[in-house]
Design a protein around this ligand. Structure first.
Ligand code: NDP
Ligand SMILES: O=C(O)C1=N[C@H](C(=O)O)C[C@H](O)C1
Length: 270
């Protein structure tokens, strides 16, 4: 049977790419597309919105009111919206691919609680490359982390509303976990004025917001006399959309549980 996907936030930068990616993939199809209540996009054809021509799926208002012509929801919106969508999917017993970033601790706890009832893939970055980089960072941290200065630099487009990026935070978490540190105490998210000297075990974050940058992340492991830099550069949002579609196929037969993209890609035993 063909797996039916719903995309919420259909008119967003990622929403449009996701509609394209779903329609281009084998064995799945777009069952529904949603936008916010009051959006001027309600009623438009999802394929036309995504620039791939008419597909006969109308953008609907308000996920909660839909009985649901879909099996898996893909959600790249905003934390407050995603938490509402999750509640609805728990009620309807539908699995979720969650790409939204910027959740606070309460939001993350709500996602964890929802995953006791449905299957959720929650990943700050759905590209294969970034998830490989997470593993490379663990290796670099094991070898160099105890004596190097670790700095994470990220750049994104001018419209991004959260900082540091979800990916930068995940990179920091992978490194911190490997080194037995905690980002709450070791993460340094801003420097200004007389900051004092750098502490040996800080994990620093720097953010650039400019123009149309899709997403770039570099981690420095810097010692006196040498520096290793591990970088990833995304040049198209389609890499995230294709990853989310891959995750949607992977989660289809799961009853419950919280997973990330390293589970989908089977990278955890590297
Ligand atoms: N995990 C990953 O691989 C990636 C994650 N992201 C994340 O995905 C999210 C979306 O990014 P992007 O597509 O660039 O953002 P956009 O602002 O382009 O799109 C967001 C979409 O969500 C809708 N939306 C906003 N708030 C709500 C709400 N409260 N309820 C329902 N819908 C809402 C918007 O509608 P409206 O226009 O009416 O506001 C819009 O359609 C971000 O958190 C971003 O960090 C992005 C790329 C990759
Ligand atoms: O908002 C974006 O655009 C992106 N957000 C994600 C993040 O916060 O890490 C992933 C990607 O870098 C693009």
């Amino acid at each position: 049977m063909t797996l039916k996907i719903a995309v919420v936030g259909a008119g967003g930068r990622m929403g449009r790419q996701l509609i394209q990616a779903v329609q281009n993939a084998e064995g799945i199809e777009l069952g529904a597309a949603f936008e916010r209540k009051g959006s001027s996009l309600i009623g438009s054809d999802a394929g036309e919105l995504a620039g791939i021509g008419h597909i006969g799926v109308k953008v609907e208002e308000n996920l909660a009111s839909q009985s649901g012509n879909f099996d898996v929801l893909i959600d790249f919106t905003r934390p407050e919206g995603s938490l509402e969508h999750l509640k609805c999917c728990v009620e309807q017993g539908k699995n979720v691919i969650l790409g939204t970033t910027g959740f606070d601790d309460a939001g993350k706890a709500a996602i964890k609680a929802a995953s006791e009832k449905i299957g959720i893939v929650f990943a700050s970055n759905y590209s294969v490359g970034v998830n490989l980089v997470f593993k490379l960072l663990e290796k670099a941290a094991k070898v160099m982390g105890d004596y190097c200065d670790i700095e994470i630099i990220e750049a994104h487009h001018r419209h991004k509303v959260d900082a540091p990026s979800g990916t930068a935070l995940s990179m920091g978490e992978h490194i911190a976990k490997t080194l037995g540190r905690d980002l709450k105490t070791h993460g340094v998210f801003a420097r200004e004025g007389i900051t004092g000297e750098r502490k040996r075990d800080e994990i620093g974050f720097s953010t650039i917001r400019a123009a149309d940058v899709v997403g770039e992340h570099t981690v420095w492991f810097a010692d006196i006399g040498e520096r290793v830099e591990i970088s990833h550069k995304a040049s198209s949002r389609m890499t995230f959309a294709n990853g989310a579609v891959r995750a949607a196929k992977w989660i289809a037969d799961k009853k419950q549980g919280l997973f990330d993209m390293t589970d989908v890609l089977d990278l955890n035993n590297l």
